[in-house]
Design a protein around this ligand. Structure first.
Ligand code: VG1
Ligand code: CO
Length: 542
């Protein structure tokens, strides 16, 4: 039986870079999650009788919201729900399940790399039938719905047993609890040379994968240890915990410091990797060398043909605007298309669907391909292992060889977290106002060649997205980018992206922050970060 529950709108349900993210405490307010779910259903058309995929990263409050989502899907007219056992589906696995089962769409419960637990963050994201995050047209429609809701519909039914694989019914809707790993593992077997990777791991090549107490644990255990024969214990922190063991499931040099320290130690394994809360990010560290995500994208694109799934070559490469131009040089050499999109995976969907791009990536540790419509942490790890197995060189050799061939894009991101919102907006507003007067100005040896506020015209559907980040481009190809994060839940986060291209091989061994010091100084002079925020240093440097 369907119940209609009266509700009133919340005024803060505007989706950001990747869905709606708020503190758990906010989500726990009566009707808060249900309102957003109903807004999603209200903004969709033509789904009666079709399938919906539901899964999450296992964080605190996951199970409660999943029960509501299932019952609301039944009350709103879906014919079938596929839900991961235990309520678990990594974000890339959810994308694959949507595609494989031709579902109408999916609801992913995750706040990704944000911390979890009762005082942490929660999130809800809607993915469309291609398996990818809803484009802006849909997220805007959802937001409009949130502001006028008066009621939501929910089936009056008992909770589904999420821990037992099998099928049950809620009214006319079937609920299928599925193995979250099986479909995904099968897809990876199709893309990569498992025999070559198995031989590499058998030859004494040691790997460590840190699942950060998050969703990739079960996937990595199955694929890396059971199927590929990595030594027992290679996968660490593999039990997903609702609070990620009290840690921040963000695979960067600050939050994955233990892995970094191990990889820099004398007895380091040959290859280290980590993923984030929902399994779509990847961190790659070789013995003694950290691979920046921007370099990793370029390297994966340059070597992808070594994996069976990409043996035919790539149609094109896409990267988010703040991601370094290292991949552009690879695209140029391969003679394939290169696309520069705003931050957030939702902008890659059209390019992938249209066959314009095969591999995509972001500087924030996200890489993926047309196998799904999300970035995919384990996919990147497996492609790396496939390349290492086929080339028989170390990570260090492959990376430095790449720099010799293409030049090195020194790259770093400085984040200022939980800054006062007005101060952050003042900083960006002031920069925006001064854009016309910046070209031609010099700061030390640096001369500004161009400055703009990035806007994107989607080449497939013609949609336009403005104000996607302030770019300051210098003579010689160096660059600063400023933008405000769209995933934080407290105050504002200012991101400063710094990049310098160095073609000279004799200058490829400089410490990154030193190589970028003049640009970092210029950023302060141009934007006045200290003056605006009162912060003497960034919160996180990656
Ligand atoms: C950040 C990253 C962006 C990424 C997004 C979602 O967004 O910069 O590249 O797509 O997180 O990643 P923002 O707006 O905070 O800069 V995840 O792993 O949260 O799904
Ligand atoms: Co993520």
């Amino acid at each position: 039986m369907t119940q209609t529950i009266a509700t009133t709108p919340f005024d803060d349900q505007k989706p950001g870079t990747s869905g709606l993210r708020k503190k758990v405490k906010r989500f726990q307010q009566t009707n808060y999650a249900q309102n957003f779910l109903q807004a999603i259903f209200n903004s969709l058309e033509g789904f009666a009788g079709s399938a919906l995929v539901i899964g999450g990263d296992g964080r605190f409050y996951n199970r409660e919201v999943i029960q509501s989502a299932i019952k609301m899907a039944a009350a709103n007219g879906f014919g079938r729900v596929l839900v991961g056992k235990g309520g678990i589906l990594s974000t890339p696995a959810a994308s694959h399940v949507i595609r494989k089962h031709s579902a109408f769409g999916g609801i992913i419960l995750s706040a990704s790399h944000n911390p979890g637990g009762p005082d942490g963050d929660f999130g809800i994201k809607y993915n469309i039938g291609n398996g990818g995050p809803a484009p802006e047209k849909i997220t805007e429609a959802i937001f409009r719905q949130t502001s006028s809701l008066t009621s939501y519909r929910i089936a009056d039914a008992a909770d589904i047993d999420l821990d037992r694989i099998g099928t049950s019914d809620i009214g006319d809707m079937q609920v299928e609890v599925i193995d979250p790993v099986a479909d995904y593992a099968e897809l990876m077997q199709q893309l990569f040379d498992f025999d070559a990777i198995r031989a590499l791991l058998r030859s004494g090549f040691r790997i460590v994968f840190d699942a950060m107490h998050a969703v990739t644990g079960p996937y990595a255990k199955e694929i890396l240890e059971r199927q590929l024969g990595a030594a027992a214990g290679s996968v660490r922190n593999f039990v997903p915990e609702p609070d990620f063991g009290g840690h921040h499931p963000d695979p960067n040099l600050v939050h994955a410091k233990a892995l970094y320290d191990l990889m820099m130690s004398a007895d380091a394994p040959d290859f280290g990797a980590a993923s984030d809360g929902d399994g779509d990010r990847n961190l790659i560290i070789g013995k003694g060398i950290f691979v920046t995500p921007s370099d990793s994208l370029a390297l994966l694109a340059a070597n992808a043909h070594l994996a069976p799934g990409y043996a035919k070559g790539l149609a094109g490469i896409a990267r988010s605007m703040p991601t370094s131009a290292a991949a552009d040089r690879v695209a140029e050499k391969l003679g394939i298309g290169m696309f520069e999109t705003p931050t957030g995976w939702k902008f890659f969907g059209n390019l992938l669907d249209a066959g314009k791009a095969t591999i995509c990536g972001e500087e924030s540790a996200g890489t993926g391909s047309d196998h799904v419509r999300e970035k995919d942490g384990l996919w990147a790890v497996l492609l790396w292992l496939n390349i290492l197995a086929r080339r028989g060189e170390s990570v260090q050799e492959i990376v430095t060889g790449h720099w010799s061939e293409y030049g090195r894009n020194y790259y770093s991101r400085h984040d200022y977290e939980e800054v006062d919102i007005e101060a952050a907006e003042a900083l960006v507003g002031s920069l925006r106002k001064r854009l016309p007067e910046l070209p031609g100005q010099s700061i030390g040896d640096l001369t500004i060649a161009a400055a703009d506020d990035f806007s994107y015209l989607d080449p497939v559907d013609g949609s336009r997205s403005d104000h996607q980040g302030i770019r300051i481009l210098f003579d010689g190809g160096s660059r600063l980018v400023f933008r405000l994060s769209g995933t934080g839940t407290a105050g504002a986060t200012i991101r400063l992206y710094v990049e310098r291209y160095e073609p000279d091989t004799t200058r490829h061994g400089i410490e990154t922050q030193d190589a970028l010091a003049d640009l970092i100084g210029a950023a302060e002079k141009i934007a006045g970060i200290v003056k605006h925020t009162g912060r003497a240093a960034p919160t996180v440097i990656t």
